[in-house]
Design a protein around this ligand. Structure first.
Ligand SMILES: Nc1nc2c(ncn2[C@@H]2O[C@H](COP(=O)(O)OP(=O)(O)OP(=O)(O)O)[C@@H](O)[C@H]2O)c(=O)[nH]1
Ligand SMILES: [Mg+2]
Length: 351
């Protein structure tokens, strides 16, 4: 038990070191520059008129989605971002320069939330999609602006307005068509490594995968994106294990593939394993449990004759659950599995 706990701890530490999919950052847009109070001074012009220029506007902070990025790691150490202030106005009617906008690039699939209210401000899904998170303050008017027939020599100017401040939470949700879920060691990473060019770490201990990995599965002359997830355990939706952090990635997938290891063909154990994960998907909510699902019964090469026992197939069949027995090691039924997933995706896409 103690051993498991220490493994948890080391897993969590490594997790934060490797994959940043949430970041809370403070933003402060540029202040507007102050307007200037000044009067023209020229030889032979004893009482020159007002010539104080306007202050420049403060700059904005803009998030831009960039398909070339895949983590929020750049926000790990730097958490406070400020954009440039507008320059103050000057004499001789010179207006202050506007501050330069600060562009922060984030991966596609980043949701920007107000950290205080939790409200979603923007969902950056498309490459180059933009969102202005905070606006700069307006520059103040110089005294020249206030000159009128009654006020020939205004001795005042407007100060610049302060730029907006906001604390935002960036949450990265992967954009994958299909998400692989299952208990630790179910064979998720092995399967994705067989079907795609992704090269995740594979090992016979739980929680080998600490961060989601995505790969592209080629099928006919089309393709779909598959995401390998860290293993889920009982209580994941309540914050146990690595599950919660990553269950949100599955929210956006169209199809869920639930992998159940049947190399130990004990029907009770298999059913229990299956139900643990189903309960987690249900417990998490966000309509995860209503998604289209394929159940892959894995590691059949380890069974006698390399086939799934009839008894086990019947258990799922009697519950109306679609299964594909397969082996990522021998390659059996992998094509069938891909085709089935693809069909479901096409149904979902309506094509
Ligand atoms: N015999 C057999 N072993 C498999 C098969 N697929 C995976 N394994 C083994 O099962 C173990 C776990 O495989 P992984 O692919 O790392 O499992 P995972 O579900 O990604 O595990 P986590 O990342 O910890 O959640 C490894 O030792 C694999 O070699 C299979 O089809 N047949
Ligand atoms: Mg894995």
């Amino acid at each position: 038990m103690g051993h498991l706990f220490s493994r948890w701890k080391s897993v969590c530490c490594k997790l934060f070191a490797m994959f940043i999919d949430e970041a809370k950052i403070s933003l402060k847009a540029g202040d507007g520059g102050a307007g200037c109070v000044s009067f023209r001074r020229e030889k032979y012009v004893p009482r020159g008129g007002p010539d104080g220029g306007n202050g420049g506007h403060g700059s904005k902070i803009i998030f831009v989605a960039n398909k070339g990025e895949s983590t929020l790691i750049r926000f790990r150490y730097k958490r406070i971002f400020e954009s440039e202030n507008g320059r103050p106005g000057e004499s001789s009617s010179k207006h202050g320069r506007q501050g330069e906008d600060l562009i922060l690039t984030v991966p596609c699939g980043t949701v920007i939330k107000d950290a205080e209210s939790g409200d979603i401000l923007c969902d950056l899904t498309e490459d180059r999609q933009e969102f202005t998170a905070v606006n700069g303050g307006r520059g103040g008017k110089g005294n020249e602006h206030f000159k009128s027939s009654r006020y020939q020599a205004p001795r005042f100017a407007q100060p610049g307005e302060p730029g907006e401040r906001k604390t935002v939470l960036l949450v990265l949700k992967l954009l994958a068509d299909v998400g692989l879920v299952g208990l630790p060691n179910a064979g998720k990473s092995t399967l994705i490594s067989r079907l795609t060019a992704a090269k995740p770490k594979i090992a016979d201990y739980p929680f080998t995968t600490l961060a989601p990995k995505i790969g592209v599965v080629a099928v006919e002359d089309d393709a779909f994106v598959m995401a390998d997830m860290p293993g889920l355990i009982e209580g994941a939706h309540l914050g146990k294990g690595l599950g919660t952090r990553f269950l949100k990635h599955i929210e956006r997938t169209s199809v869920i593939c639930h992998l159940v290891d049947i190399s130990d063909p004990d029907p009770e154990k298999i059913l229990h394993d299956f139900e643990v994960i189903e309960a987690e998907l249900k417990g998490y909510g966000h309509s995860l449990s209503e998604k289209r699902e394929v159940v892959a019964l894995t590691k059949i090469d380890a069974l006698e004759g390399g086939e799934a026992p009839e008894e086990i197939l019947r258990i799922f069949e009697s519950r109306g659950i679609q299964t594909v027995p397969l082996s990522a090691v021998s390659g059996k039924n992998l094509e069938k599995f891909v085709r089935l997933v693809y069909e479901l995706l096409r149904e979902k896409r309506g094509s």
